[in-house]
Design a binder for this molecule. Structure first.
Ligand SMILES: C[S@@+](CC[C@H](N)C(=O)[O-])C[C@H]1O[C@@H](n2cnc3c(N)ncnc32)[C@H](O)[C@@H]1O
Length: 210
């Protein structure tokens, strides 16, 4: 097994998956003033129900996920038609207005994200080790157009440097994103029983609106 994420999905070690929509998405997405109908990029999407919520809000969704197991489990949640095709080295599936690209997020080219107008990251940045987080912030900035808005849900904890999930302090989120995004911390959520607390961020890609 060459990829630890594939192994996790195959063994069902997916404690990060939520059985409901993330409350921060429901609470804060409407405050971002995202253009109605804007396509939302969801990097490292897993089988998150947040994508259903975004689709139900009228946003086409472009999810990127390494593990085919996650994608098949997402699709199986609904008894609805699925179309499948290959594009740019990714296996793509579409169910309703949710399009899932199976492959490495870092291989997604700007051409494939041409219609993206917004983004959503919950437990994506924090799934990556430090050096890869730098790459992630840079790659995300390359993929989304100036003016694109998004919500990011980060996490901090005291469980040494172990991960994932990695503990990513607010100072690091600012350092990673400020060069290319307007960054606003909208909430530091209280710690859960394991001492893990989430931070919620509103981001907007800097640059002239085209
Ligand atoms: C912590 S989970 C979060 C999933 C989802 N965002 C959620 O909230 O449930 C991280 C996900 O990223 C996927 N992943 C890790 N590295 C990836 C990469 N380079 N490209 C695409 N997906 C990746 C993993 O398979 C896993 O499903």
């Amino acid at each position: 097994m060459d990829n630890p994420w594939r192994q996790r999905w195959q063994e069902g070690r997916i404690g990060f998956h939520l059985s409901d929509t993330h409350p921060a998405l429901v609470q804060y997405w409407p405050t971002l003033n995202v253009t109605p109908g804007a396509k939302v990029l969801v990097p490292l999407c897993g089988k998150s129900l947040d994508m259903r919520w975004l689709a139900d809000e009228g946003h086409p969704v472009l999810g990127i996920e390494l593990a085919p197991e996650a994608i098949e489990q997402f699709l199986a949640q609904r008894d609805a038609g699925v179309s499948r095709y290959n594009q740019a080295g990714f296996s793509v599936t579409r169910q309703g207005s949710v399009e899932l690209w199976c492959g490495d997020f870092f291989h997604l080219h700007i051409k494939q994200a041409a219609e993206v107008g917004a983004f959503y990251d919950r437990a994506s940045l924090i799934a990556l080790p430090p050096a890869t987080r730098e790459r992630y912030a840079f790659h995300l900035a390359q993929l989304v157009p100036p003016g694109a808005r998004g919500l990011l849900v980060g996490l901090t904890h005291d469980e040494s440097n172990a991960g994932p999930p990695y503990s990513v302090p607010n100072s690091e989120i600012e350092r990673l994103f400020v060069p290319n995004f307007r960054v606003e911390l909208v909430e530091n959520r209280g710690a859960d029983e394991r001492g893990r607390s989430e931070s919620v961020w509103a981001l907007e890609r800097r640059g002239p609106h085209i």
